[in-house]
Design a protein around this ligand. Structure first.
Ligand code: ADP
Length: 396
């Protein structure tokens, strides 16, 4: 059975075609600059990356390019579109309604649409992908897998903010959490790797990419996570501030005359690693500059790791212990020095990594020292595989 997994941004469409017999990715690629020509398709053929200009004025045209590439590309992987049994879509915000992945129908689309105002950058893009897919493959099952679902069973005392209850009652202002598919995947994979049932494990998962979040996973359930009402809360990220005194945006508006829009941009697009370093949101640039003596870059790394440490401590406390600590996503998978800085001086909590074991990029490997009470693992995330699996389960 072949399943297509689609992840749409406002101007991009990423896809992976899975053969579910062996859970193998048989084709993948990304179309970028949708709606602002020239648009490009980057895809791999026999392990080799290819890039070509394509016509993609909107997501439907982009989706047609994907199907055409699968059917008629340099190395066609399907001989007819009937081979695609379902399309699984990543949807960022499922609100309170979607606690599980779901098969898409008109009612589901209307519900996702209701969450647009909670995720104005992400959900409309996801919907554009869904609509494109329904138009191009009208007879194929479509499913939605939500970034928020894995966190949807947090206890109420963890997901509510201490503001007047009417804002939750009337406007659903609460913690939702994001990156759920990634936290779910690495937590379950960690349980497999340490050879224990997830039901008896206390796990902290650190998803450190451009967006960063951390989750406390107890007994297989996310009981708290650092992103909140929006993906702005929590850890320091590429361009997002993460946690800050909520009076700061008010001060910027009242005393420095910034508008709400401007403050939104400052906190989401100009802060984080970029704001501190004053030159880049990319950890690779930051680390290179730090090595060359740039003090701001060094500070950005220190602040980034310090914030993660604080959350690991907090989540160990709320779970009354920790069995496994997991690093994933761009930075978590590829930056040994960051992993080392986070885990440094944590032996009180039972965390001790082995610098030799830690010295690698992009593999699934244990990095804890042999006498570390907590197992520390690097696990490359695989959200697409989760979406493919959930889709296969839903349609069967
Ligand atoms: P996104 O949240 O956009 O999916 P990623 O998970 O790709 O982001 O993470 C991007 C971050 O990972 C950047 O800060 C980048 O510097 C860092 N990184 C470090 N090494 C690598 C690598 N080898 N490949 C990709 N990203 C890397």
């Amino acid at each position: 059975m072949k399943i297509l997994v689609v992840n749409c941004g406002s101007s991009s469409l990423k896809y992976q075609l899975f053969d579910m017999e062996k859970e193998e990715v048989i084709a993948k690629g990304i179309i970028e600059r949708i709606g602002t020509p020239p648009s490009y398709l980057t895809y791999s053929v026999n392990g080799e990356k290819k890039r070509k200009e394509v016509s993609a004025g909107n997501h439907t045209e982009a989706f047609k390019v994907v199907i055409d590439t699968l059917l008629n590309g340099v190395n066609p992987v399907i001989s007819s579109i009937e081979e695609i049994k379902a399309v699984g879509h990543r949807v960022v915000h499922g609100g309170e309604k979607f606690k599980e992945p779901t098969i898409i129908d008109d009612e589901v689309i209307a519900e996702i649409e209701k969450n647009n105002e909670l995720a104005p950058l992400h959900n409309p893009a996801g919907l554009a992908g869904i609509r494109a897919s329904m138009e191009v493959l009208p007879n194929v099952h479509q499913t939605a897998v939500f970034d928020t679902s894995f966190h949807s069973n947090m206890p109420k005392y963890a997901y509510l903010y201490a503001i007047p209850m009417r804002f939750y009652r009337d406007y659903r202002i609460r913690r939702y959490g994001f990156h759920g598919t990634s936290h779910y995947y690495v937590a379950n994979r960690a349980a497999q790797l340490v050879g224990r049932p997830i039901e008896e494990l206390k796990i902290v998962t650190c998803h450190l990419g451009n967006g960063c979040s951390i989750s406390a996973v107890k007994g297989g359930r996310s009981i708290d996570t650092s992103m909140g009402f929006t993906p702005l809360e929590g850890l320091i990220m590429g361009t997002r501030s993460g946690d800050l005194d909520p009076a700061i945006p008010l001060y910027l508006m009242r005393n420095l005359n910034y508008t709400a829009e401007e403050v939104d941009d400052i906190l989401n697009k100009e802060s984080g690693l970029l704001g501190i370093s004053e030159f880049s949101n990319d950890m690779r640039d930051i680390m290179k500059a730090a090595e060359e003596g740039n003090q701001n870059a060094k500070l950005a790394m220190e602040m980034f790791c310090y914030r993660i440490k604080k959350y690991i401590g907090a989540y160990t406390a709320i779970m009354n212990g920790l069995d496994v600590l997991v690093f994933t996503a761009g930075i978590g998978e590829n930056e040994p020095e960051i992993r080392e800085m986070v885990c440094d001086d944590m032996d009180y909590l039972g965390i001790k990594i082995d610098p030799q074991k830690n010295n690698f990029k992009g593999q699934e490997k244990e990095i804890s020292a042999s006498d570390s009470k907590v197992k520390v693992w690097v696990i490359p995330t695989n959200e697409e595989l989760v979406i493919a699996r959930e889709t296969a389960r839903l349609i069967s």
